[in-house]
Design a protein around this ligand. Structure first.
Ligand code: ZN
Length: 285
């Protein structure tokens, strides 16, 4: 009996090749295999992927999305290491490979209140994506330190989303189950939640610093504990510089704002768009 499936040649093929916004920076061969042209092959989603993506509970658990990514992009060997700009580009690639149709976004015109629908096509979104430049990958603090940065990876991203969701749920539970609670107590819980969210943001930023170089000596610090300690003992202005640097990196990839034009009053404006799979792939009927 042969173990080669004669039907294999009828399996779906890679139909889309995308350029990663990071251009493969920060990856090694055990994480991602790129083509000779530095591209990544993307396959269409299967029926099973579609079911996984349309199960909201499964989506909140990053493991389900991880399975779909590995199935559509088999050259990714470690989803946890995939960086946010690349991930968004991969989502658009998966959509393109699965159906050419693109997708619609609905926005309310800020001038006349008319509901406007804009059709987006996957290929132009991929063609216009913002690539990471060398100058995006570090910030200089006070001409003394060169802080080397990378975008959030999948692990950081799902942690961020999950914790954000938990925080929202805690607050909702609190306001639903304690309608008579005095405002002072409520404010206290709110402050604690904000504190947790900000310490989480801090952890995420710390995790995005790959190393810090002392410019004068060329000495490089890579120890995470030393870096965290540094981050906790700098001024707010210095920390904001690092946070902005990480934000800038995370905003690379498919465009995060798009030019909109109202069909009723011709008003034009820039609106935000996100590629989060919860809003991006899930079907609304
Ligand atoms: Zn309008």
């Amino acid at each position: 009996m042969t173990h080669i499936n004669p039907l294999e040649k009828y399996f779906r093929q890679a139909t889309v090749y995308i350029q990663l916004p990071t251009r493969g920076r920060w990856y090694n061969n055990s994480q991602i295999t790129l083509t000779a042209d530095n591209e990544l092959a993307v396959y269409a989603m299967t029926a099973r992927d579609d079911v996984l993506l349309n199960t909201p509970d499964a989506m909140l658990n990053g493991e389900a999305l991880k399975k779909v990514i590995m199935n559509c992009v088999p050259d990714i060997h470690n989803v946890d290491s995939v960086l946010l700009p690349d991930l968004e580009s991969i989502f658009v690639g998966m959509k393109l490979a699965s159906s050419d149709d693109g997708w619609d976004v609905s926005r309310i015109c800020p001038k006349c209140g008319a509901e406007c629908t804009f059709g987006l096509q996957c290929q132009p979104v991929l063609d216009q994506q913002l690539l990471v430049e060398d100058s995006d990958c570090f910030v200089i603090v006070d001409n003394k330190l060169k802080v080397n940065l990378r975008p959030y990876n999948y692990q950081q991203r799902s942690l961020f989303i999950q914790k954000q969701f938990e925080e929202e749920r805690t607050l909702k539970y609190f306001s639903d189950s304690n309608p008579d609670v005095d405002e002072f107590h409520k404010a206290g819980v709110w402050a604690q939640a904000i504190d947790r969210i900000s310490s989480m943001t801090f952890g995420l930023v710390a995790g995005s610093i790959t190393s810090i170089e002392e410019i004068q000596t060329g000495n490089v610090v890579e120890d995470t504990a030393f870096i965290n300690s540094w981050l906790q003992n700098i001024s707010k202005a210095q920390a904001d510089l690092v946070i902005t640097g990480v934000d800038t990196l995370n905003k690379c990839g498919p465009m995060k704002t798009l030019p909109m034009a109202c069909e009723s009053c011709s008003h034009t404006w820039q609106d935000e768009i996100n590629y989060d799979p919860i809003s991006f792939f899930v079907k609304r009927s």
